[in-house]
Design a protein around this ligand. Structure first.
Ligand code: GRF
Length: 194
C-alpha cells in the first residue's frame, strides 16, 4: 500500500508538480495532502488542480496546526518542497527520519537560516564556486542540518547570473526530489513490512 505523502509548500509548486508526476508513474507513494503557510501560494492551486486535499497552516509554528491534517489524512512521510519556515519541534519528533527537504545548493555549503531563493545562488556565484546543485536531506530542528540523502551537481557557467543558475539547479531538483522521495518511501514500506 502506497506511502501517504504530505507536501509542504510556500511558492510556485514546480517541485510539487514533479512529485505528483512521479507518483502517477510509481504507485509506491501518493500525495494525499498539500500544506502551506501562505493561502495564496501557487502550489496550493496546483494541488487543488490535481485533486489533492489542501490545508493552510493558520499558525505554522504550532504543532497542533500540523498534526490535525497530518493525522486526518494518515500521512506517513512529509516532503518540504519550497516550504520556508521551520517545522515545529514536536512534528519533527513525531516524524523523525520521515521528513525530507529539497535545498537548491550542495549542503552543508550555502545553507542555514535566510539561505533560500535567489540569495543562495547569489552566494554561490559570489564564492566563485565552479559547481552548485540540489540536496535532499532529512529535516530536524535546525534549518538544513539533517542527514544528506542525495545530491545532484550542476556546473556554474561563465556569465551565469542568479536566474540562470537557479533555473539549472531547479531542473536538477525536479529529478532529484522525486527519485529520492520514492526511494525513501520504498525503503520505509519494506522496513514496515507493508
Ligand atoms: C526550490 O528552489 C527549492 O529548492 C526551494 O524553494 C524552491 C521551491 O520552488 N526550497 P517550487 O515552489 O517547488 O517551484
Amino acid at each position: 500500500m502506497p506511502m501517504r505523502l504530505a507536501v509542504a509548500v510556500s511558492g510556485r509548486g514546480s517541485n510539487l508538480d514533479a512529485l505528483l508526476t512521479a507518483c502517477r508513474k510509481d504507485p509506491v507513494a501518493e500525495v494525499v495532502l498539500v500544506l502551506s503557510d501562505r493561502p495564496g501560494a501557487g502550489a496550493l492551486a496546483r494541488g487543488r488542480a490535481a485533486g489533492v486535499p489542501t490545508a493552510v497552516l493558520a499558525d505554522p509554528a504550532d504543532a497542533a496546526t500540523w498534526m490535525e491534517p497530518l493525522e486526518r489524512h494518515r500521512v506517513g512521510m512529509i516532503v518540504l518542497a519550497g516550504y520556508l519556515k521551520l517545522v515545529p519541534a514536536e512534528v519533527v519528533t513525531r516524524y523523525r527520519g520521515r521528513i525530507l527537504n529539497v535545498h537548491p545548493a550542495l549542503l552543508p555549503a550555502f545553507g542555514g537560516p535566510g539561505m533560500y531563493g535567489r540569495r543562495v545562488h547569489e552566494a554561490v556565484l559570489a564564492s566563485g564556486a565552479r559547481e552548485s546543485g540540489a540536496t535532499v536531506h532529512l529535516v530536524d530542528e535546525v534549518y538544513d542540518r539533517g542527514a544528506v540523502l542525495a545530491q545532484a551537481r550542476v556546473p556554474v557557467l561563465p556569465g551565469d547570473d542568479a536566474e540562470h543558475l537557479a533555473a539549472r539547479v531547479l531542473e536538477a531538483e525536479h529529478r532529484l526530489l522525486p527519485a529520492t522521495v520514492l526511494a525513501a518511501a520504498r525503503a520505509e514500506l519494506h522496513m514496515k513490512g507493508s
